[in-house]
Design a protein around this ligand. Structure first.
Ligand code: AMP
Length: 566
């Protein structure tokens, strides 16, 4: 027996659930569905986050409650983003596949409104919409809300975070007094309470304890590493777990794109998703992500809202969000529908207290883990390579090729051949020279610099960065021009917002920093120092205010100011 049957759903819905493989209701479905199907329509609050099955919790009753003989719009579902709206629309269409006369339309901003106006001319009993576009459609009289009996506010806290407060107020003012409102939210900030008070009457409330549900399935972990090492550390996690598939959250669009570009250039299957991409670009990124054409989606919080992709093994936080509540939303992208998942946070040594604050605030506990050491990485790569060879299905063409090569290999035994094969793979199996073994930051902290000096490099800091309009090649040219040190002596360059870290061959160490003394960039004194010369590096000498609005041109500007000093 399908366990949804006892919740009061119609046989046609149960049949669909059987086809979809939904056998057991999730906790929010078990509690909400009987309430929403009750004799008297009721206002309802569901405290549940994505991944708990909330779409079916309101979607299944909705399809049963719709009057299929009426062509009027009877249900309105508001969602914060286009992605969430589309996913909700898709799920509802699946649920309604046995009820052909139920029509569902999804409308959202960033796409041609004319097509949506045309689509809404057909009978549409359920409309899923983002608030801004819905308001637009109401104003153009393309949608009539006077028969709407059910309003669903999905991810209500996210809609408020995104500034849809006034839009929601206005939309609700266009609906009937006697409609019911079902509100779903992961958190209950005061603004949501205000909506509840203003628009709902004696709502029934179901709270799916986030800790109970998701934290059981999500393991929360963190690593402590210097900001400049975060990407190297991430690469090690990706290398050591080739099956990893997930989303990494960054804070800014620029950082998101930069990290995706850097990792992409190194051959990793990653792509960026942020608000500067056109809707078409975002759609194709999401399509590739869903079809598993990439390993990691690098995204901003806003762009990744509502993404519903199952089977993500990891959610990675390149930087913790400003609002700790967003952590719940981010990490809820993994461990969906009963699966396990890992939420991995990268923090720098100064952010320790943020982890403690998170633990207290959302009642979870974190485990500190280490960045994989080079040695582990090396043995993992060697193992993977060996397994690849052992498990490769032999192609029939290989026989003929082997015959051709037989003579050439005749003087080599198995060991000789393997050694030669390994040599051809050295770049892949070994670790690049100059890479530090230990990327974990501790109070002693300077393990990296020590290792670098052993391998012939020192790490340096300069107080120019992306905010000055610099790219990595710009920084390299600039450093080389000013210091008269050939570019070949520079190693890895890590461009940050306000500053840049770079490696310099230690034979060029002598007097290197001093070559930058007295040079100014538009009134700001340049500072270059070794990263292991204490904490000077972490505090660029200029204030943000001074450079705001005066994005510096790379190189040409700097050279000019130097020339002026000569
Ligand atoms: P949601 O929280 O609504 O975004 O749902 C998360 C995912 O779980 C979706 O892909 C649903 O299709 C799936 N799902 C929801 N409820 C069930 C259920 N009772 N059994 C199996 N899968 C479910």
């Amino acid at each position: 027996m399908n366990n949804f049957q006892k919740l009061g759903l119609s046989p046609s819905i149960i049949e669909v659930l059987d086809q979809l493989g939904f056998e057991n209701p999730t906790p929010v479905q078990e509690k909400a569905i009987p309430m929403l199907l009750g004799e008297d329509p009721t206002d309802f609050i569901g405290l549940a986050q994505t991944g708990t099955g909330k779409t079916a919790a309101f979607g299944l009753p909705l399809i049963d409650l719709i009057d299929q003989n009426s062509k009027a719009t009877q249900a309105l579902i508001m969602a914060p983003t286009r992605e969430l709206g589309q996913q909700t629309g898709q799920q509802l269409s699946n649920f309604a596949q046995n009820n052909k006369s139920v029509n569902i339309e999804v409308v959202y901003g960033g796409a041609a409104i004319t097509n949506q106006i045309r689509a809404l001319k057909k009978p549409t009993q359920i409309v899923v919409a983002t608030p801004g576009r819905l308001l637009d459609l109401i104003k153009r009289k393309a949608i009539k809300l006077d028969n709407v009996k059910y309003v669903v506010l999905d991810e209500a806290d996210e809609m408020l975070n995104m500034g849809f407060k006034e839009d929601i107020d206005e939309i609700l003012s266009h609906t009937l007094e006697n409609r019911v409102t079902w509100l779903f939210s992961a958190t209950m900030p005061p603004e949501i309470r205000r909506i509840v008070k203003k628009y709902m009457e004696a709502p029934l409330e179901v709270s799916i304890n986030a800790q109970e549900k998701s934290n059981k399935d999500i393991s929360h972990k963190y690593v402590v590493t210097k900001t400049s090492n975060k990407i190297s550390a991430l690469r090690r996690f990706m290398d050591i777990q080739p099956d990893m598939r997930g989303i990494m959250f960054c804070r800014t669009k620029r950082e998101t794109q930069q990290i995706a570009d850097d990792l992409g250039n190194l051959g990793y299957g990653v792509e960026a998703l942020h608000g500067d991409l056109s809707q078409g670009q975002r759609d194709s990124v999401m399509k590739r992500f869903k079809t598993r054409a990439m390993q990691l989606l690098i995204a901003t919080d806003v762009a990744a809202r509502g993404i519903d992709v199952n089977d993500l093994t990891h959610v990675i936080h390149h930087t913790l969000p400003d609002q700790l509540e967003s952590y719940t939303h981010r990490s809820g992208r993994t461990a969906r529908a009963g699966k396990k998942g890992i939420s991995l946070v990268f923090i720098n040594p100064r952010e320790d207290r943020k982890i403690k604050a998170l633990e207290k605030r959302i009642n979870i506990s974190f485990e500190q883990i280490e960045v994989p050491a080079l040695e582990d990485l090396r043995s993992s790569r060697i193992n993977n390579w060996a397994n690849l060879i052992i498990n490769t299905k032999v192609d029939e063409q290989s026989e003929a090729i082997l015959n051709e090569l037989h003579e050439q290999f005749a003087h080599l035994n198995k060991e000789d051949i393997l050694k030669r094969l390994i040599t051809t793979q050295l770049d892949h199996l070994m670790i690049q020279k100059g890479e530090s073994s230990n990327l974990n930051a501790s109070e002693e902290g300077s393990s990296e610099s020590k290792t670098r000096s052993k391998t012939g490099f020192h790490r340096y800091f300069i107080n120019i960065g992306a905010i000055d309009g610099m790219t990595k090649p710009d920084v390299l040219h600039f450093l080389s021009d000013i210091s008269n040190v050939d570019r070949k002596f520079f190693g890895e360059i890590s461009l940050q917002k306000n500053c840049t870290f770079f490696d310099l061959d230690d034979k060029q160490d002598q007097g290197f920093s001093q070559k930058f003394n007295g040079i100014e960039v538009k009134g700001r004194e340049l500072r270059v120092n070794r990263d292991d010369e204490g904490n000077k590096r972490s505090k660029p000498s200029y204030s943000r205010d001074k450079v705001r609005g005066k994005r510096r041109q790379p190189r040409s500007d700097v050279n000019r100011s130097r020339a002026g000093r000569r």
